[in-house]
Design a protein around this ligand. Structure first.
Ligand code: MD3
Ligand code: FE
Length: 219
């Protein structure tokens, strides 16, 4: 059964381009759309060298989100814990270098939100298929919390959960769609966050999945 809202899917989004979620957190609507083609071509290159894989948590659970990395450091999880590592455990080789299109977009988005010296060395690439989710967590494996995090959403829309500094704080739901970029830093850097289970849907280019690029300075 189709609904009126389906008629609007795929049309350019109207309304404010930038939304402030907190003192250091901004949603830049459609910010990466102009770079869509170069981002997707670059993504293909990375994934051909370092394929998506389902990592295992220290507790022994297979993550529903499939992941890979590019840049000088990559986020990895296994039975021994979480860490950033220069080596892809699957290949035994360095992670693919961060494509210029990725790096330049991350820098420009951070600057747009007021973070002028963002120096990303890690890009975690998350792939969500229907039902995949990320439970509420903080990003605290990085060395310098003074550096922001930049997140680029591609493909099927999703809902971010944006919480507070305590796990029990109430969460706000923030819809993110193809091309949206979110920047989190300053006093918002350590807020709890997560992603609700992806709904069954189809994106004209990416099919039934959502890809998120998360840029960080890890080292
Ligand atoms: C809110 N990934 O990989 S970053 C992750 O959609 C992760 O896959 C999200 O959370 C995803 O760790 C995109 C969302 C994010 C990152 C950092 C934050 C939200 C944040 C820091 C503070 C508050
Ligand atoms: Fe996170």
């Amino acid at each position: 059964m189709w609904m009126i809202k389906d008629l609007f899917e795929g049309l350019p989004q109207v309304g404010p381009r930038e939304e402030q979620l907190g003192p250091g957190a901004w949603v830049l609507r459609a910010f990466s759309l102009a770079d869509e083609a170069s981002l997707l071509a670059s993504l293909e290159g990375v994934v051909s060298q370092a394929p998506f894989r389902h990592m295992v948590t220290p507790g022994g659970y297979r993550m529903s989100v499939a992941m890979t990395n590019c840049g000088s450091l990559g986020w990895v999880s296994d039975r021994t814990g979480y860490r950033y590592d220069a080596i892809d455990p699957l290949s035994g080789l360095a992670w693919p270098r961060m494509p210029d299109a990725f790096f330049n977009l991350a820098k420009t988005a951070a600057a747009e939100a007021g973070f002028n010296d963002f120096d990303p060395d890690a890009c975690l690439i998350n792939r969500y298929e229907p039902g995949a989710k990320l439970s509420l967590h903080q990003d605290r494996d990085e060395r310098d919390y003074g550096q922001p995090i930049v997140s680029v959403s591609l493909g099927v829309p999703a809902v971010f959960l944006f919480g507070g500094l305590k796990r029990s704080d109430r969460t706000e739901r923030v819809p993110v769609r193809h091309g949206d970029v979110v920047v989190w830093g300053g006093p918002d850097r350590l807020r709890y966050h997560g992603v609700l289970p992806l709904k069954e849907d189809q994106h004209p280019v990416l099919g039934r999945c959502r890809i998120n690029l998360t840029f960080r300075k890890a080292g």
